[in-house]
Ligand binder design. Structure first.
Ligand code: GTP
Ligand code: MG
Length: 133
């Protein structure tokens, strides 16, 4: 089975959506949360995590937002959990995310889209090392 890194972003914590989102993950047959911590992410961690976006117009506002309050940092394990969590989260932009997905049901704007989940096996391996060294 696979492991993926999931972040419930500061908007999810501030809006009291942590239980709702974790509930959706836990209810998936065969998936399990195997590490979980409430953590305010520091600048260096965020720069490493979002290195692929350096120089994009949304990069600095994204880092400011991600450091604006505590996030929930999690490891989720299970069958095809990397692909599955991307589906459960929905597309980056909540406007086009389908109802039934986390972003489709609760998302507001593209920057504050509630959840991060690793987008490939390579990303999961890289990101798990950053957040759980
Ligand atoms: P993450 O799981 O957070 O990595 O989201 P993602 O993989 O769906 O999107 P991506 O990695 O492309 O972008 C990372 C984050 O940057 C997104 O989740 C958004 O919060 C933000 N972001 C991406 N594209 C845009 C954009 O066009 N405008 C703004 N304001 N934010 C963006
Ligand atoms: Mg991404």
């Amino acid at each position: 089975s696979q492991r993926t890194l999931v972040l419930l972003k500061p908007d999810a914590v501030a809006r009291g959506l942590v239980g709702e989102i974790i509930g959706r993950i836990e209810r998936k047959a065969g998936w399990a949360v195997t590490a979980l911590e409430l953590r305010t992410l520091d600048r260096v961690t965020l720069e490493t995590h979002y290195a692929e976006h350096v120089g994009r117009p949304f990069y600095e506002p994204l880092l400011d937002f991600m450091a604006s309050g505590p996030s929930v940092v999690m490891v989720v394990e299970g069958e095809r959990v990397i692909e599955g969590l991307r589906v459960l989260a929905g597309p980056t932009d909540p406007i086009v995310a389908s109802p039934g997905s986390i972003r489709g049901d609760y998302g507001t704007i593209v920057r504050e889209n509630l959840i991060h989940a690793s987008d490939s096996e390579e990303s999961a391996e890289r990101e798990l090392k950053i957040f759980f060294p």
